[in-house]
Design a protein around this ligand. Structure first.
Ligand code: ZN
Length: 398
């Protein structure tokens, strides 16, 4: 390392470059090399990164003639915070490489005269760190399976500089959300490299499942809180797909509203007990924005979809607990007529059960609802083949 003379100091008995601030050794000890960027003198990657980044920032600030102390302080604090993120070292190192704009996208390789093209090897668009990790085709499919609020927050962060982008996310997101982003971008990068260099294609859903499993493992390793503030529902239970009984199909339903146009929309996705895709539908209508009403209409549509698919035994799962209760009790307030219709239609099936499942087990229908606003008003139906407006795999196990 060229900076070795600046960064190491030779410690010996009574003679050191920092002698005035260092307790002198009173016993005879052999001379040894001490790394001055750590208190204990032992080299660490963390302090080396910190030293390199600080040196670079100081030199850049000096070259550009700007006062740098407060900026550098802020930057140092953000870098320190980045280093403390609770993930495995390989994720942390990837974040550091991203912050240093050094992950080898085609755009970067071209900039360094190591590639003749600036185009993405997967989709042909102009490549950059942001394209590879957020906007490329497979990346978009994986993000579409993530929590929608988190994806919206990412979409609203338009910062082009990777380092500042990470700092903004560190400030804006909760530690859990930031971990989710960190693990997702590393998984996407890994899957992308495998596709481009080893010809191994990993489906968006298997990448998503890998991310969920990895985060569960982090959560399980995290020390348990003692004040009762921890989420009482195990993460595994929240995210796990719950298959229907053998011979029974399952329709997962969800509703969504467009903030600007006052349009309402609900979606239904049907799979059999082996999780094979059977059909999906979306209904978009103007002026219906009450979540419970949309939830009730989604259940009514689930029965219509099951009927279109000639299914006689079905479980309908919604994340709208109130609607499921109203169907079971035959109540419903504003949407009582829809509940009545649902209960009457349900009698035509050999078996029809309505159950509540949290949003995280309902990601597919939720994501379809959020992504279907570009469609025209009316009913949209997909039988046999999944909708191409959103990444829904034929089979979870493919
Ligand atoms: Zn691409």
């Amino acid at each position: 390392m060229s900076g070795q003379h600046e960064t190491y100091s030779e410690q010996n008995n009574g003679s050191t470059s920092k002698g005035e601030r260092t307790n002198l050794a009173r016993r005879h000890v052999d001379d040894f090399w001490s790394w001055i960027h750590e208190k204990n003198g032992v080299f660490s990657i963390r302090s080396a990164y910190s030293m390199l980044v600080n040196t670079k920032m100081r030199r850049e600030a000096w070259l550009e003639g700007r006062a740098n102390s407060s900026d550098t302080d802020r930057e140092s604090k953000s870098l320190e915070k980045l280093w403390k993120v609770n993930v495995l070292p390989k994720v942390k190192i990837f974040l550091w490489r991203l912050a240093q704009q050094s992950i080898p996208t085609t755009g970067l390789l071209h900039h360094r005269n190591m590639s003749t093209s600036t185009r993405c090897g997967l989709c042909g668009a102009e490549d950059s760190w942001k394209h590879s990790l957020l906007h490329c085709t497979v990346a978009r499919c994986v993000w579409a399976l993530q929590d929608l609020d988190l994806v919206e927050a990412l979409n609203n962060t338009t910062e082009p500089d990777a380092r500042i982008w990470l700092f903004v996310l560190l400030d804006m997101l909760s530690p859990t959300e930031f971990t989710q982003v960190a693990v997702t971008i590393l998984a996407l990068w890994h899957s992308r490299r495998q596709t481009l260099h080893e010809n191994i294609f990993q489906s968006p859903l298997s990448t998503h499942n890998f991310i969920s499993k990895y985060i569960r493992e982090i959560e399980e390793c995290r020390p348990k809180m003692t004040q009762g503030t921890e989420n009482p529902i195990p993460v595994q239970m929240q995210t796990r797909w719950v298959p229907p009984p053998p011979g029974v199909a399952k329709v997962r339903v969800d509703g969504a509203t467009a903030r600007n146009t006052l349009d309402g929309l609900f979606s239904d996705v049907c799979r059999d007990d082996t999780e094979l895709f059977l059909g999906a539908s979306v209904i978009k209508m103007p002026g219906v924005v009450d979540p419970a009403t949309l939830g009730a209409l989604a259940c009514r549509e689930a029965l219509a979809l099951a009927s279109d698919l000639h299914i006689s035994r079905v479980v309908i799962a919604s994340d709208c607990q109130g609607v499921i209760r109203d169907i079971k009790e035959g109540t419903g307030g504003l949407y009582a007529s829809t509940i009545k219709e649902v209960n009457e239609t349900a009698r035509d099936f050999d078996q029809c059960t309505f159950i509540f499942e949290g949003r995280l087990t309902n990601i597919e229908a939720h994501s379809l609802a959020k992504n279907a606003f570009r469609l025209d008003y009316g009913r949209h139906l997909w039988l046999i083949n999944p909708p191409d407006i959103h990444c829904i795999p034929m089979n979870f196990y493919d």
